[in-house]
Design a binder for this molecule. Structure first.
Ligand SMILES: *Cc1c(COP(=O)(O)O)cnc(C)c1O
Length: 467
């Protein structure tokens, strides 16, 4: 198995190189040269198998011969042993033919753990094999940082520095990061906003000396390995509901498009998925695109579902590559235009083909609150605001009442207790593994919003030099 870039101008690479590279050299994203397919009977078989074993089989063709099969199987089993439900991603039925796939039973209570618990271990394995180390530097507005920290803690080949805006993340979010006291984990609170944190990270990567000195790296959402690990739960949910004989639909609360793109891959592999419902909050660039055929940049509005408050869905590039017949030059041209003009438009034939399986809907904060309340009332289940956006879109967009819709539950309700309490009057409790979170000691360094301060701090921590 080799990987090509969506912009068509990078050399083909095997899985191990794609894992460590993240972005391709031509600025594109890596995708497999060809989509592997499931064998007849696989889905029926997967219905009776534990999640980790399905994961090993589904991911194997993407990993190819890059990683020793026994080592890979051990990594995957180890990753999913950190989840506190034996089903890893349990599914439950809601009122009205909807199913809730709970992706939040990992260490940080959000779906990003499903991929990052595997990817952190793969990084460590691949780096150790190559006798290399990296320094991961990233910015977070809350959720991604804790998932990355949990994925990388105590891994010998990795040092991780996560910047968050000082006093601008919730106490749960902060403590999920700062109470991890592993020696390779470094939390930095920047006196500034999330955008300041992101700018500092960009500046650090742009400083070639600094980047090389510490072998800077990222585990961001465009990494192919993250998409790969997310394919598995689409396969497993479809297997559990229909054993491959009955079609299913998915409703996915979407930000960067990584999650729902993994569903597209499952469909290409042969899973009978008849509809993808792309659920957005007020940041509705994807809904507008599905309505009009134009991808047009808007402003970012803060909402009750902050992990979807984004302007550009970077992983959409992977679907675009498929829509234009894998013509990398055309993808590069469209994205260049997007960058310079803030929009691009696809032809009516392409859009018609896309709309056969794809629908989009925006759900605002008021609707989100109502959906949290009604799901509690009718099904007795507390859901977080991101999940509510998906359920709302599922109800509106569902095309065929005989096809079950799987709504992805992307965060535990206790991660967003204020929104849940406002809607239902009930404050959701943290699960047992986190119930002493507020008693645990914290470690964090506060830094001014300055690249010199950041680089000085990292130099001091890793090289023992005083800034
Ligand atoms: C990251 C995130 C999303 C969006 O996922 P994408 O892969 O970026 O589309 C949705 N919900 C929650 C809770 C998240 O953390």
């Amino acid at each position: 198995m080799r990987y090509v870039s969506t912009r068509g101008a990078s050399v083909k690479l095997p899985f191990g190189d794609v894992l460590l590279a993240g972005l391709a050299y031509d600025g594109g994203l890596y995708v497999p040269e060809a989509w592997p397919t499931l064998a007849p009977g696989d889905l029926a078989r997967f219905a009776d198998m534990p999640y980790a074993e399905v994961a090993i089989e589904v991911m194997a063709p993407f990993v190819g011969d890059s990683i020793d099969p026994d080592a890979f199987a051990e990594i995957v089993r180890d990753a999913y042993a950190t989840f506190d439900d034996p089903a890893v991603v349990p599914m439950r039925e809601l009122d009205g033919g909807l199913h809730l796939l709970e992706l939040f039973h990992g260490p940080t209570l959000a779906f990003k753990d499903v991929a990052l618990q595997v990817v952190g271990r793969l990084f460590d394995y691949e780096l150790t094999k190559r006798n290399r180390t990296v320094t991961i530097v990233g910015a977070t507005s809350g959720d991604t940082g804790s998932a990355a920290i949990e994925a990388c803690r105590d891994r010998d080949a990795i040092e991780i520095f996560i910047l968050h805006p000082h006093r601008r993340v919730s106490e749960v979010q902060r403590r999920q990061m700062t109470t991890v006291l592993s020696p390779n984990v470094h939390n930095i609170a920047v006196e500034g906003t999330f955008d300041d944190c992101q700018d500092l990270v960009k500046e650090a990567f742009a400083d070639a000396d600094f980047r090389d000195r510490h072998q800077l790296s990222a585990v961001n959402s465009i990494n192919w390995a993250r998409v790969m690990a997310q394919i598995v739960y689409y396969v497993k949910a479809a297997a559990d509901l229909g054993r491959g004989e009955k079609p299913v639909a998915f409703s996915v609360p979407t930000g960067n498009f990584g999650n729902v793109f993994a569903g597209y891959v499952a469909q290409r592999m042969g899973v009978p998925i008849t509809q993808f419902i792309v659920a957005s909050n007020q940041n509705d660039i994807l809904t507008r695109f599905l309505e009009t055929g134009s991808m047009r940049l808007g402003e970012v509005h803060p909402t009750l579902s902050p992990s979807m408050d984004i302007q550009v869905s970077s992983n959409f590039e992977r679907l675009l590559f498929e829509l234009v017949g894998r013509d990398g030059a055309q993808v590069a041209e469209l994205l260049l235009q997007f960058r310079s003009d803030g929009d691009f438009t696809l032809g009516t034939d392409v859009m018609a083909q896309l709309r056969e399986h794809w629908s989009g809907e925006r759900i605002d904060d008021e609707q989100t609150t109502r959906i949290i309340a009604s799901t509690w009332e009718h099904s007795g289940v507390l859901i977080d605001p991101h999940t509510a956006v998906g359920i709302g879109a599922a109800v509106t967009c569902r095309r065929d009442a005989s096809v079950p819709v799987v709504c992805l539950a992307t965060a535990h309700p206790a991660k967003f207790p204020d929104a849940v309490e406002a809607a239902t009057g009930i404050r959701p409790e943290l699960p047992p593994r986190l119930d002493d979170l507020f008693e645990r000691p914290e470690r964090c360094t506060v830094l001014p919003n300055s690249i010199a301060a950041l680089e000085g701090h990292i130099d001091a921590a890793l090289l023992g030099v005083t800034p």
